[in-house]
Design a protein around this ligand. Sequence first.
Ligand SMILES: Cc1cc2nc3c(=O)[nH]c(=O)nc-3n(C[C@H](O)[C@H](O)[C@H](O)COP(=O)(O)OP(=O)(O)OC[C@H]3O[C@@H](n4cnc5c(N)ncnc54)[C@H](O)[C@@H]3O)c2cc1C
Length: 274
Amino acid sequence: MIPAAFEYKRASSAQEAIALITQYGDEAKFLAGGHSLIPLMKLRLAQPTMLIDIGRIKDLSYIKDEGNHISIGALTRHMDIENSALLKQHVPLLAHAAAQVGDAQVRHRGTIGGSLAHADPASDLPATTLALGATYIAVGPKGEREIAARDFYKGFLESALNPDEILTEIQVPKITGAGWGFQKFNRRAQDWAIVGAAAWRSKEGSGVALVNMGSTPILATSVSAALAKGASVADAADLAAAEASPQDDLNATSDYRVHLAKVLVRRALEDASK
Ligand SMILES: Cc1cc2nc3c(=O)[nH]c(=O)nc-3n(C[C@H](O)[C@H](O)[C@H](O)COP(=O)(O)OP(=O)(O)OC[C@H]3O[C@@H](n4cnc5c(N)ncnc54)[C@H](O)[C@@H]3O)c2cc1C
């Protein structure tokens, strides 16, 4: 459980972080809260020779009202999202989902940017921001680009980010006044979801996404399409796994995951319809 040897540099701005990652290349990795990367390094599933610590870039930690959306700096900790009055008012689904991540220690260290960049389908915030139709902002040597959440997740722990790009901001559309629900099925309170569901619903539409139902977080587009055509919550939820391809593992068979997805999406939509 001891990582391989590595060097360490601390960046004080996004530009400095990009310059360092450009200098050290493929062998370097950004370190934010370290709560996904360090466990992987201890298991030697990741062996970066250079860690570029971005965790203290203060100007990438913020939650701002930008009119029709809320902008969240990539270095914002889960507990700041959980406790944000702005998010509780305009995107309560995200504040609630952040409160379900791990335990208090994890939420005080882990960052939203680290969670999204890590692209773990079992994590809560990738699926939640996907359901919300978020846009992620990445900056690299060639400048800044926007990546829609629905285009970001490419495979297991694999995202659309280039190795020399840093995620700087997450823009989440406001769903002020919309109904929402978040369901997480796990054995112990601090565990990752065996399956999870994030959903919101308003007169304008809906968004539903699944945690741990495949190699990426899954946008359950069939559920939203059925709701838009007037289907009942129960009938729409029955389509929960239409876009998913879950795996068997020690916690659940794929059939059980499909069953869970239908039940959890129904419960999340029932909460969203109250
Ligand atoms: C005991 C435990 C329980 C947990 N339980 C849950 C849970 O229930 N639900 C859940 O969702 N998560 C859970 N987590 C994961 C937690 O949310 C992590 O904090 C999060 O996934 C990663 O964020 P981080 O800031 O720690 O990233 P790091 O570990 O520092 O980085 C993760 C990866 O993202 C890259 N990276 C980080 N920031 C950026 C950036 N701004 N731009 C580009 N690349 C970047 C790093 O290079 C690395 O590859 C748990 C973690 C632990 C240790």
